[in-house]
Design a protein. Structure first.
Length: 307
């Protein structure tokens, strides 16, 4: 595929959006990739990392192997993701602590629009696709209700957390950052990013690479063999994940984190009109609309490669 510099710049911008989404628990970078038209190209490119790529590198040189890998695409995308994760981690951490309603409102609108754009790519509806959508929604909703585990800083655990989280990050509707929250690894990973703790970053990154290369092959097979059913399940995943990012929550129970700070343990979604405090309803609705329109623009300017 011939691309100009502007094309790669746009891909990097999409990487920035994916990285920002992946940092926030409840939002999937895979959703951003999907609605911006690069999801299946991403999965296909990741599947190119195999033994045949090494054979090409040995026999025909780096240039041929780089082309087989679709290296320019992956490089542009991961530059954007890396810049976003490293630069926005601290800002998003502050927003989660100080303006959670406004942050979740923006992402709620973003994910709500994603359901429409992913769902409309299902070419044929039937009993099987409807059941798949319902199952996907139920599984994602159930995941959002699971209590968070205690924080664990051990190397092997962070490696495993990285592998599981990256699988979720490339799966539309399931948030990799939320998986880290459930496992009790979100705090240590975010702290490592903010403090440039390269040892922890490398451990989590190694797990992510293993999970990425393994899970992408499964996704590629599913899209090849069961395209409509896979899309239906992914649409259900996104629908079910809305519970996690509903802006207005009531804290049911709390726990002490690794720093001795009391944080929410279990929360229930509630009406903004029964929220105990300033519900910021007008600003929240405005940000939901902005989030929705953001997806509209991403879909409009995204090449329609998912089909």
């Amino acid at each position: 595929m011939q691309r100009r510099f502007l094309d790669y710049f746009i891909i990097t911008c999409k990487g920035l959006a994916m990285g920002a989404a992946d940092v926030v628990p409840g939002v999937s970078g895979g959703t951003i990739a999907f609605i911006s038209g690069i999801y299946e190209e991403l999965i296909t490119s990741l599947n190119n990392i195999n033994l045949s790529l090494l054979a090409t590198l040995k026999k025909e040189g780096f240039s041929k192997a780089w082309t087989q890998l679709n290296g320019n695409f992956l490089l542009a995308l991961f530059i954007g993701i890396g810049i976003s994760v490293l630069s926005l981690a601290k800002a998003l951490e502050w927003l989660l602590e100080n303006q959670p309603i406004l942050l979740w409102s923006f992402f709620f609108g973003l994910v709500l629009a994603s359901i429409l754009f992913v769902g409309k790519q299902i070419k044929k509806w039937g009993i099987a696709t409807i059941i798949s959508l319902i199952i996907g929604a139920f599984v994602a909703y159930y995941i959002t209700t699971i209590p968070t585990l205690d924080t664990n800083n051990s190397g092997w655990f962070l490696f495993l957390a990285g592998a599981l989280a990256i699988c979720a990050m490339i799966l539309p509707g399931i948030s990799g950052a939320f998986i880290l929250v459930l496992l009790g690894a979100y705090g240590p990973v975010l702290e490592a990013l903010n403090n440039r703790d390269f040892k922890t970053i490398l451990i989590v990154g190694a797990g992510a690479i293993v999970g990425l290369l393994t899970f992408s092959k499964l996704l590629k097979w599913l899209f090849t063999k069961y395209h409509n059913l896979t899309l239906a399940i992914l649409t259900g995943f996104i629908l079910g994940s809305l519970n996690k990012i509903w802006p207005w929550k009531e804290v049911i129970s709390t726990r002490l984190n690794s720093k001795g700070i009391e944080v929410p343990f279990q929360e229930d979604s509630i009406s903004p009109f029964t929220y105990n405090g300033d519900n910021l309803l007008v600003l929240a609705i405005i940000l939901m609309i902005i989030g929705f329109l953001t997806i509209v623009l991403l879909e409009k300017f995204g090449p329609k490669t998912n089909d």
